[in-house]
Design a protein around this ligand. Structure first.
Ligand code: GCW
Length: 838
């Protein structure tokens, strides 16, 4: 007799799905045809084999997904009934339960098989995992097929992840803040402790499991030693318990000085016996409490962190002392390759930060233990808008590697801008470094351990989700986490496939939505590159500040090494072997030859590799300078296009998310103009060469605030100068109220009025716009972007459309400061209605 199991499903709150919290696991009802199509193909019973936690999670997901998408209630049974069933379990259990089925072939580690068949004349859908975790992955994959309208009637496929290690790092501080996180505060930590309420951790575990992520470190690599304290361990255990059912191993980032700072030893020398014993004891304790603990992540001798250099020891010595403590328990250490000197002399043309990772780690190849992995950022600098693949990836033949990709958009618009990073990651992952003896050696194959036959390796994504309902504070940024996970599972997927899947899962299968969102996403990195730093210039953002707004020279004349060396004659870093820093010599001969020669160096990396005059002609035929001008105008126009195209989706996307994304794109469109104007004006002033089409430094619709009639307002220089139009801005002294009056000299008619003002994070100044005697609008500058200055980050835009103006009208802006915020203004623009975002 069939035993019907009764249970209450404790599942994440899907009622709040349209806040973005459920991300790509919404299980929203499918439109008529798709739902009916699956009707006949779908048995009505679900058999989950065994009671291991991941299997129960798989069961719950299938029930929830089928109910949500197809409106069907599945019956849970212990055995396959006469009418057939969906059967989920490990391959071994499935073989026992369905002995007649031909399931002889094995499945690789963490893999799964989806198969439809007849069993005793009844239809079965088999979801079999190599392990319990694999079965869970299979359940998610099967549900994804349904959600994206793929056929499920006949299935026979096996999937195995490309690499064994598919981890995320969360740079969370134990006080609950997140280093380079833009989605609010930590879901893990608060005030020095693990949070009481871990419900968002459970939801996050579900999202990660749906992608096949199998490890997570939950604190910043700038680690507080306290994370290893025995007092905190019981709290950390709680997180491990929440993530374990999702097949995710918990890990911690560690501080290399911990034996001394936490353990009170006189030293942290990795070769000192007391230090060796200390690491072993800590690892033993952790594994007693968390038997499946994943391991440690270590940032040493980098950006002020202590490391083995204090004792004249090597990175391998440092990695190995920790690796040996973990090895008996099956743990691994990810040792970060991000090691460089941030006090380099800018005046020395041979100095080059890009060389650092290779120079530090290549000599140590072969000296790392088998459970140590060198974790390498995808480019040689630091997550810039375009970098070549890190040469270190190709240079370690006897060392495990993982590639570090940054999901959180530190230099990529900090989730205020939509930038889909998968196309960028793909370029790196597919890049052939021409190493090894066995044919093509793309980055993905090397880091997965395939090229040099390493025991392990893989992918690490710096994710930094937060408590924001939609995790990142930008719905479209979720696609980066999704894309990271999909690539870690299968880097051969195309960017288009990933963007398409994500869009269907996140916004449904409406073809118009699919086309628009996919196009925006696929285009968005190139667009961001266009209006920030094209041609390999790097992002051109505020390197010494918030890494967000534009500041062209912030990278120069300091020790951080993100230099582009633009001056009055030319631009770019000479990294040549013959004339420059020699960085290009770190690549294998074919790659070296391509980058070394101006003829074969791709335009998009030209200024990363070479210093050239502004008049140098690109392969495209344009001069470097004209390309810089044009790309910035193209980029800003493209974002305006995204806003227009998204706006046309009203009614096809639920209202809350529609409006969130619309507001985000509107903001981005304004910021793209700030970037465009700042960068083009900077290069115009530096080079003295005009834009051939006359756009740069020529804004006919614009009236500068510093030229208005000022009542209380004072003219204020803005730093860096290029982030304010004209010669600066105006600000209102504290405890005053001020007004600026502009004369409208154009013909009478309906116009859009753009107000460019500054919104810093030290107050909430108020503004009022009048045309003649009429109040057109009021607003408060209450944004909390990380800047207290008038600069490219705080420069903000407000648009009032279709304002009736008469020739000679006075347009007045009244400003009332608040706290440290001075109701500062840059300019207004009076434009023909409908053309205001250009
Ligand atoms: O990109 C830089 C960030 C730092 C970060 C560092 C790293 C965690 O600005 O915030 O520190 O990289 O990757 O270690």
């Amino acid at each position: 007799m069939m035993r019907v199991l009764c249970f209450v499903l404790l599942l994440p709150a899907l009622a709040s799905a349209e806040t973005g919290e459920a991300a790509w696991l919404r299980y929203a009802p499918l439109a008529g045809n798709a739902a009916r199509r699956d009707e006949s193909a779908l048995p009505r019973t679900l058999v989950a084999l065994g009671d291991a936690a991941p299997i129960l999670k798989a069961r719950d997901e299938i029930v929830l997904g089928v109910r949500g998408m197809l409106g069907r209630e599945l019956t849970i049974a212990a055995q396959v009934p006469a009418g057939g069933a969906i059967v989920v379990g490990t391959l071994a259990r499935v073989r026992d339960a369905l002995p007649q089925l031909d399931l002889r072939d094995g499945i690789g580690p963490d893999g799964f098989r989806l198969k439809t068949a007849l069993h005793n004349g009844a239809r079965v859908i088999v979801i079999a995992g190599e392990s319990e975790r694999g079965a869970l992955y299979g359940a998610f994959a099967w549900l994804r097929r349904i959600a994206t309208n793929e056929a499920i009637a006949t299935l026979d496929e096996t999937q195995v992840p490309y690499a064994p290690l598919r981890w995320v790092n969360e740079w969370n501080n134990i006080d609950g803040s997140i280093e380079r996180g833009y989605g609010g505060r930590s879901i893990f930590w608060d005030a020095g402790h693990i949070r009481q309420d871990l419900s968002r951790v459970a939801e996050y575990g579900r999202l990660l499991a749906s992608l096949g992520i199998n490890g997570i470190s939950i604190n910043s690599v700038n680690a507080n030693p306290v994370v290893l304290s025995p007092e905190l361990l019981p709290e950390v255990v709680r997180v491990a318990e929440v993530l374990r059912p999702w097949g995710i191993r918990l890990a911690l980032a560690i501080d290399f000085g911990s034996p001394q700072s936490l353990g009170k030893l006189p030293t942290y020398d990795p070769l000192d016996p007391s230090v060796i014993a200390w690491w072993k004891a800590r690892a033993d304790d952790i594994y007693k409490a968390i038997p499946d603990f994943g391991g440690f992540v270590l940032k040493a001798d980098s950006e002020g962190r202590v490391g083995p250099s204090a004792y004249g020891r090597t990175h391998a010595d440092a990695a190995n002392v920790v690796a040996r403590a973990l090895a008996p328990h099956g743990g691994v250490i990810f040792y970060r390759g991000f090691v460089y000197d941030h006090h380099m002399d800018w005046n020395n043309p041979k100095n080059d930060r890009a060389r650092a990772a290779y120079d530090n780690f290549h000599p140590l190849d072969g000296q790392f233990d088998e459970n140590a992995i060198v974790q390498i950022k995808h480019g040689p600098i630091d997550f810039q808008v375009r970098e070549p693949a890190s040469p270190l990836v190709g240079a370690l033949e006897r060392t495990n590697e993982a590639i570090e990709l940054q999901i959180t958009q530190e230099y990529m618009g900090q989730a205020r801008h939509t930038v889909f990073l998968v196309p960028m990651w793909k370029e790196t992952l597919d890049f052939d470094l021409h190493v090894g003896a066995g044919g093509p050696s793309p980055v993905k194959a090397i880091v997965a351990g395939r090229t040099f036959h390493r025991p392990t390796g893989g992918f690490v994504g710096v994710s930094n989700v937060g408590l924001a309902p939609n995790w990142f504070n930008n719905h479209l940024s979720q696609a980066n986490l999704y894309g990271f996970g999909r690539l870690a599972w299968n880097p051969d997927l195309t960017s288009r496939q990933i963007a398409g899947e994500w869009t269907r899962l996140t916004f449904g299968n409406d073809p118009r939505v699919l086309e628009t969102v996919t196009r925006i996403q696929l285009d968005s990195w190139r667009t961001y590159e266009n209006y920030t730093g094209p041609l390999g210039l790097q992002t051109l953002t505020d390197i010494v500040g918030n890494h967000y707004g534009v500041a062209v020279e912030a990278s120069e004349r300091n020790g951080w090494g993100q230099w582009h060396r633009a001056d009055e004659k030319g631009v770019g870093m000479d990294r040549n072997v013959v004339t420059g820093t020699g960085f290009i010599g770190q690549y294998s001969p074919p790659v070296r030859a391509m980058y070394e020669s101006l003829e074969s160096c791709p335009d998009e990396l030209l200024l990363f590799m070479h210093h050239v005059p502004y008049t140098h002609r690109l392969h495209s035929g344009k001069t470097v300078l004209q390309h810089i001008y044009d790309s910035h105008y193209d980029g800003a126009a493209a974002v305006a296009g995204y806003l227009r195209d998204w706006s046309a989706l009203k009614g096809r996307v639920d209202d809350p998310r529609f409006e969130d994304v619309r507001a985000q794109l509107e903001y981005q469109a304004g910021q793209a103009i700030v970037w465009r104007d700042a960068v083009t004006r900077w290069f115009h002033r530096a080079s003295g060469i005009a834009d051939t089409t006359g756009r740069v430094d020529n804004y006919p619709d614009r009236i500068e605030a510093e030229g208005a009639q000022l009542n209380g307002y004072l003219v204020k220089a803005v730093t860096p100068w290029e982030t304010a139009s004209g010669t600066g801005g105006i600000e209102c002294p504290p405890s005053a109220s001020c007004a600026a009056q502009f004369k409208y000299a154009g013909p009478s008619g309906t116009r859009d009025i753009v107000v460019q003002y500054f919104d810093v994070n030290t107050g909430a100044a108020r503004f009022r716009l009048r045309a003649g005697d009429r109040v057109i609008g009021e607003w408060t500058a209450s944004d909390r972007l990380a800047t207290r200055r008038l600069d490219g980050s705080s420069s903000s835009r407000r648009i009032f459309t279709a304002v009736a103006l008469k020739s000679g009208d006075t347009i007045t802006i009244e400003g009332i400061p608040d706290g440290g915020e001075t109701a500062a203004l840059d300019y207004i623009e009076i434009q023909q209605t409908g053309r205001s975002i250009r």
